[in-house]
Structures are given as C-alpha cells and as structure tokens.
Ligand binder design. Sequence first.
Ligand SMILES: O=C(O)C(=O)C[C@]1(C(=O)O)C=C[C@@H](O)C=C1
Length: 282
Amino acid sequence: MADAPSPQGSMPTLDDLRREIDRIDASMHELLMERGRIIDTLIQVKKTQVSGSAFRPGREASQMRVLAGRHGGILPFDTVEGIWRVIISTFTYVQAPYSVHADVSGGDAPMRDTARFHFGFTVPFVTHDSAKSVIDAVASSAGDLGIFRAEPGRAAGAWWTALAGADRPKIIARLPFVERPQHPAGTPVYCISKPIEDAAVRDIVLYALGIERWREGLQPALARIGATVESSAGGDAGLDLLVAAPGDVTLDALMSAMAGLGVGVFDIREIGSHAARFRLPA
Ligand SMILES: O=C(O)C(=O)C[C@]1(C(=O)O)C=C[C@@H](O)C=C1
C-alpha cells in the first residue's frame, strides 16, 4: 500500500524515495551494460586474444586511486573498492578467461577472501600448497594469474627465484592496490602472470639477488637509493634476497650502492614490477 502523501515542503514519501532508488538502480545497470559494449569493442582494439592476457595492472592501480580520491558519503570505501574490483576483474575475464591460482599453505581463508575481493566469484579460484606450485601452474597456462603472500615467512624458502628467467612468470602487481589499516581483504599479496611486457608498470621493480652472505651495512646502503629487502632465505650458494627498488634506479646504481660492502653478489635478476604502493590515510 502506498504511503500517505506528505504535506508540501516536508520530507518525500517512502514511495518517492523508492522510485528514486529504482531509477538509480536502472541507470547503474544500464551503465554497466554500456561498459560491457565498450569492452566488446576494446577486445578488438587491444587484440587481447593475441597476447593471452587482458590484465593491465598499471591502469587498474590508477583506476583504484581515482576511485579512492573521488569517494565520499555514507557508503564505506571498502564496499566501493570491492564493487569496482569485481567490475574490472570480471570485464578482464570476459576479454580472456583466466583462473586465479593461490598458495593456501599459510591458510585458505585469507587467500580466498583476497581472491574473491579482488577477482570476484566468476573468475575460477584454484588452490595450491606452495608458491612454487602456483608459479608452475601460471607458467603452463595461457593467461592465468597467481597470488601468494608477499610476506609468507621463512619456511616458504626463496620462492621468488622460480620467477627468474626470460620466460618465467613475473610479479605484475602487489595487492591491495589501495592499502589501509583494517582493509577487509588486506593480506598483502603478490600477483603473477606470464610476462606482459607492453603492460608492465615499473614504479617499483623487484629483483632476485643472490649474495654470499649478509652484511651489516646492506639495508642502509639500499635505503639510500630507496630500495628495500622484502624477503630473504638461505639458498644453495648463500643468501637469496627479494629486493624492491624504485623503477628509475638502474641495475648499475643498485650494484654501486652495494659496492664496498663485501656482500659478494653472485646473481641479480629482475623478477617483475608493480605500481607504487598507495596508502589511504586512516
Ligand atoms: O583498460 C583496459 O585495457 C581494459 O581492458 C579495461 C579494464 C576495465 O574493465 O576497466 C579491464 C582490464 C584491465 O586490467 C584494465 C581495465
């Protein structure tokens, strides 16, 4: 039954407001379908089928930043971010179907939350018991993605060395794109795919660095050029490090920063890159 009409100049009726909500819902649905038609044309322009992967992590990182910058009002940003992650990931999927492989050796729930938040429910989710198994699955796929914890703990070993080599999968993103305390799916993860040279974003470049042994001055020396040691693990010949450096730091600059410390670098190889980390103020 319809509400009684409100006296002139006072609040709108519940029916009025529901009509407004229906109008907005219809517009949002129309806009999503219109977005779909644009993606249909984009498939031909981008020639996604040729490269095998439609994922453009640099573009996505900037879309998420714009969203965070624009948002206001009573709807929590967690929800807005989740909605847009599902929209973008699903429109990536309709361009070229892919699965997300996840290392759940550190617990299934956080990885499943992360995968569902960032890629939605349409994209298939496949579990693995190690980062190595995720890397192998992505390497033998057409255009799948892999995720594993950015900070998995020492027991995981030097998993990143499996990314070294021209044809090996590479890190293409660090998620979440928008970092903040209390993020609903905030486990930091690296996302890998087969190399996507034309689309890689190089704000931060990651290196697998093999050194003979740890030296006291290493962290401060790297910090002077803006680089950090993200992980370390004992390897066959010494110590394997995962180093993150700003994209404008050359390999020579990285080597010079360590020169004179006596660290004995025996291997240094790029294993991927990602967008600059973006933190939403609390
Ligand atoms: O911009 C593109 O290249 C797209 O494919 C579109 C789109 C999107 O839906 O907005 C989808 C996938 C990409 O990772 C980035 C953005």
